[in-house]
Every structure is written in structure tokens, then in C-alpha cells.
Write a protein that binds this ligand. Sequence first.
Ligand code: NAD
Ligand code: ZN
Length: 360
Amino acid sequence: CKMIRHTINLKERSYPICITTNFDELGKAVLSLRTGKKVMIVTDENVDGFHSEECISRLEESGFEVYKHVLVPGEEHKTIDAVYGIYKKLIEYKLDRSSSLVALGGGVVGDISGFAAATYMRGINFIQIPTTLLSQADSSVGGKTGVDFDGHKNAVGAFYQPKLVYMNVNTIKTLPKREVSAGLAEVIKHGFIMDEEFCEYLNYNAQKIFAFDENVLQFLAKRNVSIKGSVVEQDEKEDDLRAVLNLGHTIGHAIETARNFELLHGECVAIGMVGAFKLSRYMDILPESVVDQVKAMLVKLELPVSLPGMDVDRVFDQIFYDKKVKDNKLKFILPRKIGEVFQCTIEDTGLLKKVLFDLA
Ligand code: NAD
Ligand code: ZN
């Protein structure tokens, strides 16, 4: 196997991302961080049966003293209670500031564990082992951690960078297909933002992705990490530049909430991205043919491009509750073409409504 190494360079420090096809070098990678011997793996019930045992063996072979804590899976358990449970175990097993906390799982496990790592003893070493396409492409890179609170998504959290991200791309083989597609929405989003060629690559290799071709998966992870990494390197704390990552998310989040989370986040983002392209279309920034091309690409990745029966008024109102709406001015990330976006304030909300009707 060939390991691909990428480094994220931030103002205060940098950290490595290993993109590989197995767990063979996990022990070595963690050893190179020169941290203490104690490690606690946090995972969830779904991931535990597939990957914990091997990760634990690899770490023990390298001399680590490994503990494990298993969370109940699901966004509805991304709560402060889950963090409380982790603190209890960290104290029980006597982990200190030299110890490491490893998140083995998807974005939910990563966000919860990262927040626990950021706050336990004012910060202990944090390592991410993302096991969903979404977490490999998106959430494991960038340092956002946190939990939902009283129904408010990601209401409590911290920016906290991991010491290491170890991606075994083969872990996604056990993911339900719907989760793979949802992850692909964030993957192709990176292409829509700044890499037209990558979109073409995804379009061409869609079948190989669903067949879990190792080389294709490794390439995907590499491109994602370098695109998201480059944005985060320039704007770690989301001032302006990092906002480009929100393509499709204004409409997407509104649909997600209006539909009470019955659709996966990535599915809503896919519909939201079609909406963003349509907005650009109505503003004469790009032709209808590009909207059609984008839809065809999303369909190939088995993603929805509309939501028949959608309650337009409800989604419209929800958009205004979105945290990015200030003084009734809607800030949107809009495409100029495939591979280039810009930030734009939408004054004509009638146009937005027209787009939502198109999507419904
Ligand atoms: P998830 O962690 O809930 O994983 C999806 C499902 O797949 C879960 O049921 C999980 O148990 C299961 N699973 C995970 N890995 C598996 C595997 N290898 N095989 C079989 N099943 C597996 O969800 P997700 O889509 O990975 O992440 C979504 C979360 O990420 C949201 O809470 C979102 O807010 C967050 N997020 C964070 C950032 C960030 O920058 N921190 C960015 C995007 C999303
Ligand atoms: Zn997203």
C-alpha cells in the first residue's frame, strides 16, 4: 500500500494527514507524535464492531495503553451528555495532558470527541480516524468541534485542531450506500467551489467510487483534504474565505430543519447546490446548460436534485432564521461557473422564492 501524506499548515502549528488503505501504520503514526502512553478511543456502536479491535491492536503493538469508550450513534446523541460520559471515563482511566483521545467514527463521533479533547484539562492530544466519506472529506479537517444543545445544531463548541488525522479509505466499505452518496455531496461541493477538473473526475469515476476502488478513494481523499485544507489554512476561524465552503448550505440547512432531519445533511446540500446554481442562472451569471450539467453530475452520484412536495414557504422562512442572515440581507455563496464561486448579497428575495418553487 502507498501512504499519501499531507500537511495542514496553520498559524500556530501544523499537523499531518495520512491517507492510506489499512491500519498498518497507525501505531507508528501515533508514536511519531511523542505523546504519553495512554490513549482512549471514542467510537460508536456501529463502528465499534468493524474497526475498534484492529485499531486497538495496532496501538498496543506500538506500546500504548489503550482504553475504549463507545457512544450511542446518531445526531440526536451529539449532546453535552455524551461529552460528560467521555469526561467520566477520562478521569476514571486517569488520562492526563500527555495522553491522547482518538475519535474513531464519523462526523458525530469526531465533533463530540474533539470538544471533549479541547476542554478536558484545557486540552489533550486529539487524533481523528474518520470512517465515513463525509468525515474523511470534510469534518475531520478544519478543527471545528462541538455538540448540539437544546435542539440548536452545533450550539456549543470550540476550534481545536487534531495532532494527527489517520484516514483508512477502506473503512467506508461498510457504510450504507445512502451515507456514501451523502458524503459525495460534500466531495463534489469542493469541486464546484474550486476545481472543475475534479468534478469531471467524479463524474467519470462514479461507478468506481460505489465499487470502493481503493485508488479512486485515495485520490478523492487527497483532493478533498488539499481543497478543504487550503481554505482552512487561509481562514481558520471562518471570517470570509472559509464561507465558500457553505455553497449549497443556506438552502440545504433550511430544508434539513424544515423536514425535521428526515433527509441526510448531504442530500439537503445537493438540493441546495442546485438552488445556488439556479440563483446564478436567474441572475444571468451562467447559462441553463450549466444547471443541467450540475444536476446530471449529482444524479450520477445518486443524490437528489429536487424535493417534490417541499413546503416552499416553510423553507423560505427557515432560511431567514439561519444564522448567516443579518439585517434581512441574505448572504449567499454563488457559482460563477463550475469550479468558481463568489459571495453575494441577495436583495431580491422573490428570486429566491422562484428558485425554491423550481426545487419543489
Ligand atoms: P455520523 O457520524 O452520524 O455517521 C453516519 C452513520 O454511519 C452513523 O450511524 C455511524 O454510526 C455510521 N458509521 C460511521 N462509520 C461507519 C462505517 N465505517 N461503517 C458503517 N457505519 C458507519 O455522520 P457523518 O455523516 O459522518 O457526520 C455528520 C456530522 O458531522 C454532523 O453532526 C455534522 O454537524 C458534522 N460535521 C462537522 C463538520 C466539522 O467541520 N466539524 C463538517 C461537516 C459536518
Ligand atoms: Zn455540510
